[in-house]
Write a protein of this length. Sequence first.
Lengths: 112, 110
Amino acid sequence: DVKVTQSSRYLVKRTGEKVFLECVQDMDHENMFWYRQDPGLGLRLIYFSYDVKMKEKGDIPEGYSVSREKKERFSLILESASTNQTSMYLCASSPRSPPDSYFGPGTRLTVL
Amino acid sequence: GQQVMQIPQYQHVQEGEDFTTYCNSSTTLSNIQWYKQRPGGHPVFLIQLVKSGEVKKQKRLTFQFGEAKKNSSLHITATQTTDVGTYFCAGRDYGQNFVFGPGTRLSVLP
């Protein structure tokens, strides 16, 4: 079974703090993704990576950065958290083919 | 940019009734995927459709990909309470962008 884990299920941070969200997958998948999920907006792609040290902007990259130093780990960084970044963050991984995604359990981030 | 819409946004059905959600893309898709997310859970991959006009079945679920590869549907026959959740389509265009629809939230009343 594919396993995608995220470092925290719930996180509370203050405005201006630097926030790290970690995602690890154990299936040697090439592709990894970070989404945020907000009511009525579905899943929106923040960043994705198709290989180690490679990253591509998704639809809403502003305010976020990512790091992929190892194949199994994809980190999402909020350099200076803001209240509009309160959301559910979902990490996913997929093989190059077939590219079906496997999601982690999500991190519910609240920025006060 | 590419947009993916889903209708309806919410659907309440009586157990045993059928349910259909529709997914429409603003651009032609190379493939489309469907996911189910249970309340409090994370999206789980259901199926991928690639060919124009393709129809696939998984037990009570029937998935269709339109002839023009711009729309898709998911039909559930005789819903059960275990079908409760949000169903997302996700379309990949030929530029390899991958966009999720907003989802259809299904409630099944016993």
